[in-house]
Ligand binder design. Structure first.
Ligand SMILES: Nc1ncnc2c1ncn2[C@@H]1O[C@H](COP(=O)(O)OP(=O)(O)O)[C@@H](O)[C@H]1O
Ligand SMILES: [Mg+2]
Length: 320
C-alpha cells in the first residue's frame, strides 16, 4: 500500500516534467531519440548538420538532422512544414524517406528530425564530373524518381505494396522543390552485387503543398520558370538529373555572355542559360526522348509525373 502511495506521489511530482517532454518530443513511432548513440557526422549544411546515430535498444541506424528554422513560412501553426508534409500529408512510401520522430524547440527555432538511414548515401557521390552513367543505372534512377514524383504530385502509390495503386480523388500535390542528387539517397551501397539499389527521395526542407512563388531550388536544377515552384518544376529537375547522368553536365550553359549585367548566380537562374541537348548516341532514343519530355522550356508542355512513369515503364520494359 505504501509502495502504491509512493508511486502516486512520484507520478505527481514527475507529471510537469513528463508533460514538458511530451510537448517538445512528438514521437511518431516508438523510437526514443534519447537512447541514441552518435556514430559520426554525415553531412554539414548551412542550416545545420546531419548525424548518424545507433539506437541502443535494437541497434537500428538513424539519421538525426539538426536544422535551424530560418524562414517563418517554414512553420505551419506550431509544426515545421517539413514534418507536416512527411507526417500528416504523405503516407509511408517506398520512394520517400521515412520520418521516425522529431523534436522542435520553439524558443530557439531548432528542429531535430530523425530518419531511417540509407546506407548507400546520396546519389551525388555516384556521379563523376563530365562522365556519363550506364544506361541501366539511369533508367533505374529515372523510373524510381518518377515513382516518387508521381506519388507526391498525384497520390498514385503503386510502388507501395500495401496500396491499391488507385489515384485518390482529391489530392493536393506536394512539390519537393529541391530534388537534386544530394537529396536522393540509396537504401544500400551500390556494388558489383547490386548495381541498382533502391532510391529514396529525402530532404523535404523546401517542400510545399500546392505551388509556391518562393522557389529556392539549386540553381543548376532549377526550371526556367523559376521562382514559380509547381509540380512541373520537379519534373524539370528530374530531367536535369537525367541530363547530368547522361552528359556529365546539367542542362545549363555555364559561360556568361560578355554583356550580361548580373553575376554567375543570376545567369544560372536565368531561363536563357538553359541548354538542353539530346543524350549522346551511346544511349537509347527512348531514354533521350523521355528526358526531353521533362525538359520542355514551357512548363505547360512538360510531361506530368504520372504519365512520365507510365512511359518509362513501357519503354524500359520494351528494351527487354
Ligand atoms: N537518411 C539519410 N541516409 C543517408 N544519408 C543521409 C540521410 N539524410 C541525410 N543524409 C546525408 O546528409 C546530407 C544532408 O542531408 P539533407 O537531408 O539533404 O539536409 P540539408 O541539405 O538540408 O543539409 C545528404 O546530402 C546526405 O549525404
Ligand atoms: Mg539536402
Amino acid at each position: 500500500m505504501f509502495a502504491a502511495k509512493r508511486d502516486r506521489e512520484d507520478r505527481r511530482r514527475d507529471e510537469p516534467k513528463r508533460r514538458e517532454r511530451a510537448a517538445t518530443h512528438h514521437s511518431l513511432k516508438q523510437a526514443d531519440p534519447n537512447a541514441l548513440q552518435l556514430i559520426k557526422i554525415i553531412g554539414e549544411g548551412s542550416e545545420g548538420s546531419c548525424e548518424l546515430h545507433q539506437r541502443i535498444g535494437d541497434g537500428k541506424l538513424v539519421v538525426c538532422k539538426k536544422a535551424h528554422i530560418i524562414r517563418k513560412n517554414m512553420i505551419q501553426g506550431n509544426t515545421p512544414r517539413e514534418v507536416k508534409i512527411l507526417r500528416d500529408t504523405l503516407r509511408p512510401h517506398d520512394r520517400i524517406i521515412n520520418l521516425i520522430s522529431y523534436t522542435f524547440d520553439k524558443k530557439c527555432d531548432e528542429l531535430h528530425t530523425y530518419y531511417d538511414y540509407c546506407a548507400g548515401g546520396d546519389l551525388q557521390s555516384y556521379l563523376y564530373p563530365d562522365t556519363g552513367s550506364s544506361e541501366a543505372f539511369i533508367w533505374h534512377v529515372f523510373r524510381q524518381m518518377a515513382e516518387a514524383l508521381a506519388y507526391l504530385h498525384t497520390g498514385y502509390a503503386r510502388s507501395d505494396p500495401n496500396k491499391s495503386g488507385k489515384m485518390p480523388h482529391s489530392w493536393r500535390p506536394v512539390v519537393h522543390c529541391d530534388s537534386k542528387p544530394d537529396n536522393i539517397f540509396l537504401r544500400t551501397p551500390r556494388s558489383a552485387e547490386n548495381l541498382t539499389p533502391d532510391i529514396v527521395l529525402g530532404d523535404f526542407g523546401l517542400a510545399v503543398i500546392g505551388g509556391d512563388k518562393d522557389g529556392t531550388e539549386a540553381a543548376c536544377y532549377q526550371p526556367p520558370e523559376f521562382p514559380y515552384n509547381t509540380p512541373a518544376g520537379d519534373v524539370w529537375a528530374l530531367g536535369a538529373l537525367i541530363h547530368r547522368m547522361g552528359h556529365g553536365e546539367v542542362p545549363v550553359e555555364f559561360k556568361m555572355p560578355k554583356r550580361y549585367r548580373g553575376d554567375d548566380l543570376d545567369w544560372l537562374t536565368d531561363p536563357c542559360s538553359k541548354r538542353v541537348k539530346p543524350l549522346p548516341f551511346c544511349y537509347s532514343e527512348a531514354l533521350s526522348r523521355n528526358m526531353l519530355d521533362c525538359l520542355k522550356l514551357r512548363a505547360d508542355e512538360r510531361v506530368g509525373a504520372y504519365d512520365l512513369l507510365r512511359h518509362i515503364r513501357r519503354d524500359d520494359l520494351g528494351r527487354g
